[in-house]
Design a protein around this ligand. Sequence first.
Ligand code: FAD
Length: 516
Amino acid sequence: MANSRPTKCLVIGAGPVGALAALYAARRGWDVEVYELRGDLRDESTTPLNFTKSINLALSERGINAMRQSGSNGLLETVLSETVPMYGRMIHGKASAQLTEESQQYDVHGRFLRAVDRAILNKVLLDEVEALSNVKLHFNQKLTGADVRKRKAWFEQQASRKPQTADGAQIHQAQDESRSEEIEVDFDVILGCDGAHSSVRYHMMMSVRMNFEQNYIDTLWCEFTIPPVTSTSHRTPSARDGFATSPNHLHIWPQSDKMFIAIPSTDKSFTCTFFAPAADFTSLEKYPDGFLPFFQANFPGVADLVGHAELRKQFHDNPHLPLISIKCAPHHYGSAGVILGDAAHAMVPFYGQGMNAGLEDVRVLFEHLDAQPSNTQGRAKALEAYTAERVPDAHTINDLALANYWEMHAGVTSPLYLFRKKVEEFLADKLPVTGFATQYSRVSFSNQRYSEVAKTVDRQGKILIGGMLGTVLLPAVGWAAWWAWRHRQTTHSTSYAAKGFASLTRVWERVIRMYS
Ligand code: FAD
């Protein structure tokens, strides 16, 4: 039997995932309240958590599809109008003292990623949510406690916050300068979209036997900006339209254990990220004289593009942040609580899937909810089915994201990696009947479940290896058998070699009989 009053839903966190979740919930007629720790992102003075201003993200099919299915006309078009297409990677290097650029297309069918400013995307989603009468947005409200058994949550109003620390791991411990009374709010269901250090997850764990694993990798990141070109500024050969290097690529300066990447913005600048082991950061901080030579040796051209003084200043001013990877299960409690996005599966950013996967969570969750009656029992079944589907997928993309670090900083120049990519692309393009596609295009340009992607790519790899071995080995075995046969005919030799070849002949004859 359907409930007579609308489902009361609390969404914790108004980041991209929370904003989209609120939109989906509101479109189903739920009574939605969104609580966000920080101020309204649309207010210029609010700095997004963890970032100096905002970061550019690669938006791909899963994120796009989740917005497409939101039921909001025009939402996707508005978001896409704020993006810059990236058709491939541009690999920067140096050969014989010359700067080099090599373009690697992402997809043989021409599909592409879209660079988007996280804050702009978030603002568009919040505007859409705010326009709905059954949604209330509460900013500067920190979730301090939640009891999913009693369906109650507690919040503290945040008046102002201390500046963020340079260590991302401590950001959530920054104490507020002034606090008001705690308020208590009831709910039917709470959606925890409150990021990697999720408070909802923490409190849900008190009621759920949740397995939880958190790892920091030995890599820090720091943000830089390449400004739009002026008459005097440096640019690479692919620069155009006021961008200092090609606007339609994700730029990578790869090194064995570090890399520098640049993603275009609509204002013709690039948001860049420097990833390196913590030891590199320490030595760059300790030995300022080595700073410029380090960048010039490892990332040729970067210092000129950013500007020498700016490079130093931005390294000094911008936070040096850690990268966290989180896996947990289950993602829900009964009919009362569920965690989505980074709260459930924060991942390292090397597949450009963190936000895309989080937005996809929302679509998948509401597909399960739509498939069940809209009452407590139906919701409990839906949340259980959601965990069953989403946990293996979240774990898979978490692992793929870690593995892709190798691909981005080393694989992009590895002949074996490039060979497999070429073969798979050739088959995808010329022999579509084989169903071959690269792992990258399955992850970025399809909605195939991540766990299925991993299985399919594994199968594909075995077929390719089998095919390649077959191509090399079968002719070799054939030739050896033929040679042995000839040898036996001419010499009637009884040497071991001849006997060996004679056995091969028999094997080969059997193989031919089997397939003829
Ligand atoms: P968040 O964006 O973390 O939002 C959580 C919200 O919850 C915040 O607004 C926070 O203030 C609020 N909150 C926290 N605690 C509380 C509380 N107690 N009470 C109330 N509110 C609270 N992803 C991609 O898809 N593509 C990319 O190219 C990409 N690049 C990345 C590059 C870098 C360097 C990094 C670090 C990440 C990248 N990501 C990328 C990942 C992406 O940024 C995240 O996956 C995404 O922002 C997660 O969104 P979210 O809404 O789940 O969490």
